[in-house]
Design a binder for this molecule. Sequence first.
Ligand SMILES: Cc1ncc(COP(=O)(O)O)c(C=O)c1O
Length: 443
Amino acid sequence: MATLDLNMDSHWLPFTPNRHFRKEPRVFTAADGMVFTTHDGRQVIDGISSLWCVGAGHNRKPINEAIKKQLDTLDYATAFQASNDQAFLAAERIAAMAPGDLNKVLFCNSGSEAADTSLKVALAYHRARGEGHRSVFIGREKGYHGVGFGGMSVGGIPANRKVYGTALLPRVDHMRFINDPANPYIHNREPESQEDYLLELEQRILPLHDPSNVAAIIVEPIAGSAGWYIPPKGYLKRLREICDKHGILLIFDEVITGFGRMGTNFGADYYGVVPDMLNFAKAVTNGVIPLGGVICRDKIYDAMMKTDAPEHVIEFFHGYTYSGHPVACAAAVATLDLYQKDALFPRAAEMGKVLGDAFHSTFKGLPNVIGIRSLGLAAAVELAPMAGSPGKRAYDIFIDCFKKGALVRPAGDTVVIAPPYIVEKSHIDTLVNTLADSIRAHR
Ligand SMILES: Cc1ncc(COP(=O)(O)O)c(C=O)c1O
């Protein structure tokens, strides 16, 4: 790679092996549609929607224009004790897209903040109803809910938790992971499983804590960051029933599955299950400007508003300086308009099948391939780990693909492709063939 004319002494990169990065920097300087330009003038296809964000592709004029217009109209306004017009418009729009009575939107700026916000809402809601003893949270092994202390605690990716010791929340438990080793090839449909992955919740976890103490269960409908692990058929419906039976709130973390990835508005729509809270971020603004949020069912908001406190008293002591930032909210409205105008969610569903077919027809039987999972517009190929070096094979393949012009995502020993919804078949072919070459070269 050409030498980079940037001082790299100050920027500490997140979730990145910084020492290796300095030796082989990967720096984007421009993007348009499906393609980045790098610092050394190369073109790289965005095979991961830039961390699941850029559903409509890069440099979309309607979003850019909305942002510019908003900057010239109302750049920022305090979020507390007053608000701005764009926040109401975006909230109305998002609530209208959400299923059931998920009608109340609490804005924040990221998926991590959404996770912590939803956990705090759960505690506050139960307390408002006189059930303040409900303080146990249940997540799932390999779940990812961001990097705040709440999200990290209910999260289940060991490396993300390992060094935080007792700073993690107490009274958190984790359900078992949903991967079925007997069923490693999942091709564009929900897998069937002989295993009952919720039996442990019912028979061990809930009795251990007593269900009456449990505030909420939080899951990603599909485990995205872990490597696109798809729950067996009926899993989320049964989880909903278990929560209902015990008065436990069900939180769907839809930071990845929200806004089109499954070809539907939300994973909740895909699975036909309405959670009590739905967390979103990323694709809501096409990734262009940070925005996240929690959509709550009416009963949650209503319980919090039903208080004997005088009217000048705040009902929920929580919020961020940038909650409902007008520029981010204007970007969200423009993004959601664009998704609708260009029918990008149905397109995601259609191209997801093309991607899944390409994965299964290309990767099956290649060296070290031990699983392939596709559903929605995302697919994963799982590789046997290198002896003694977990994660290295997928990382090496990621680096190699990048050099060959394809941005893919390593997750443990899995490599994921989740392109923007505007992806064409030719991009999928290039991404998949590049990845296949790389898998062959890294035996
Ligand atoms: C399901 C899920 N929740 C939360 C987050 C954290 O989002 P952020 O990085 O915006 O804090 C992510 C990020 O990938 C995610 O996939």
